[in-house]
Write a protein that binds this ligand. Structure first.
Ligand code: CMX
Length: 433
């Protein structure tokens, strides 16, 4: 397979490069850790390797050196290829990857039984993650590891696990949508379609002009990766570093994505916009939106879709979604509120003074676009996010296995340790007595 061969050709050089960097500069210091960072979620500590993408404070997401806004016309499969190899595929490479994915789309029958056995009120993220976890039995990595495959080859079964999971995840995710929200029976795949368009078809959303399929392509590209330090990526890579297989590791990441400060924020964000509309009771003026936001902050609530742990500018993914909205649904009532919030919220958050990033993140616009197409079940939005993010999580896992990355094991400290570290003299005196 073209992608796998390309990767196989790159790996020896990458290993050599990493080995040289460490042997020549192993003890070089590239950062420091402050007490504030220990108490503050390790924010900004440089301690993880991730070459698939980077997130600059003032640039947003850059995938393998290419800003995300330059990749909005690409297919998610192309992004997977790019994340893994650092290059976009040519036509042949893309078709080869798409054919591999199509060959692997059959979902094991027991997955349907497991999903059907869950209570209807189960959150769609639990359905998705349960489906991912039960497929662990399918893992090539697990089998090869148990057979004693040498460490330097373990990336290969990891790669095949990634392809299987990527091929099946839209089929499973679409079924969850249809079952959970009573949309009718499962729809069969159309093998002539690309990965995202097929997912759009399987969801069964009415799409006479094909623009929902376009939105799906954009959505699945924009959410695909966000470097290595976010909750889902770090959880995935930490679990993967214990040589847990792809299914265990991705499942861990999806649990993190289900948190309201991370992936679940997209459902919260649309809920917030709908509540704003209902509370105000008519198409709001800018002034009304502003007062509503101020009132929320006065009541110690967060404004969903605003702020970011790393970014300090408008998230370019928000910009990409807004551009799409401007073209396709300029006069949509909910999209209009998204634009109004963008006008009024950043100055309010800036004035309040405590938020480090007053700008919108990706979640501030995505839900409004989905809502426009009748996908009003916002509980499902994090599943969409997951389908996309699995692209990046899987690519990172394959690369980390290829690089024979060691088990992740940072050091924790006690309160006593911190107190001693910040008051060494006092402590020394005590010891001297
Ligand atoms: N509205 C109100 N207050 C906010 C805020 C917002 N949108 N964003 C941050 N703050 C507050 C924080 O709660 C914190 O308050 P306290 O000091 O009282 O605890 C203070 O501002 C400082 O926070 P920060 O350093 O600017 O932000 P963090 O790095 O701690 O958190 C994030 C980042 C995203 C969790 C936070 O901005 C937030 O809760 N935003 C709303 C939820 C959201 O949109 N999440 C989606 C993130 C995208 C993703 O990861 O998928």
């Amino acid at each position: 397979m073209i992608l796998k061969d390309k990767l196989a050709a790159q790996i020896p050089k990458l290993r050599e490069e990493a080995k040289n960097i460490v042997s020549k500069n192993g003890s070089a210091v590239i950062g420091e850790v402050t007490v504030e960072q220990i108490y503050g979620g390790m924010r900004g500590i440089k301690g993880l390797m991730c070459d698939t993408s980077e997130v600059g404070l003032d640039t947003g997401l850059i995938i393998r050196g290419i800003p995300i806004l330059e990749l909005t016309d690409k297919l998610p499969e192309e992004i997977f290829y790019l994340l893994l190899t650092g290059e976009l595929p040519d036509h042949e490479g893309l078709v080869d990857l798409q054919n591999e994915l199509k060959r692997r789309m059959d979902v094991p029958f027991y997955v349907w039984n497991v999903i059907n056995g869950l209570p209807m009120e189960t959150h769609p993220m639990v359905m998705l993650n349960t489906a991912v976890l039960v497929m662990e039995n399918e893992s090539f990595f697990k089998k090869r590891y148990e057979e004693g495959m040498p460490k330097d080859h373990l990336w290969e079964p990891m790669f095949w696990d990634a392809l299987n999971l990527l091929a099946r995840i839209p089929v499973i995710a679409a079924y969850i949508y249809r079952r959970k929200f009573n949309k009718g029976p499962r729809i069969n795949s159309d093998f002539s379609l690309d990965w995202a368009s097929n997912y759009a078809r399987l969801l069964g959303i009415n799409d006479p002009d094909g623009s929902f399929a376009k939105l799906m392509k954009l959505y699945l590209v924009l959410h695909s990766d966000h470097e290595g330090g976010n909750v889902s990526a770090m959880a995935t890579q930490t679990v993967g570093s214990a040589l847990s297989d792809m299914y265990f590791a991705i499942s861990a990441g999806l649990n993190g994505l289900a948190g309201p400060l991370h992936g679940l924020a997209n459902q919260e964000c649309l809920r917030f916009i709908l509540k704003l509309r209902d509370d105000i009771g008519h198409p709001p003026s800018d002034e009304e939106v502003k007062n509503y936001a101020i009132n929320l902050l006065n009541n110690k609530k967060v404004i969903s879709g605003y702020g970011h742990a790393v970014l300090r500018v408008t998230d370019p993914r928000f910009t990409a979604f807004c551009d799409f909205g401007e073209q396709v649904m300029k006069d949509d009532e909910i999209f209009r509120i998204v634009r109004q919030l963008y006008k009024v919220v950043p100055p309010i958050l800036t004035e309040q003074g405590k938020v480090k990033d007053p700008w919108p993140n990706v979640d501030a616009a995505s839900g409004a676009l989905l809502f426009h197409y009748g996908m009003t079940e916002f509980e499902y939005y994090t599943v969409l996010f997951s389908v996309s993010r699995i692209i990046g999580l899987a690519a990172q896992l394959v690369i980390n296995r290829a690089m024979m990355a060691p088990i992740i094991r940072p050091k924790s400290v006690t309160t006593k340790f911190v107190k001693n570290a910040v008051t060494p003299k006092k402590e020394e005196k005590k010891v001297a007595k």
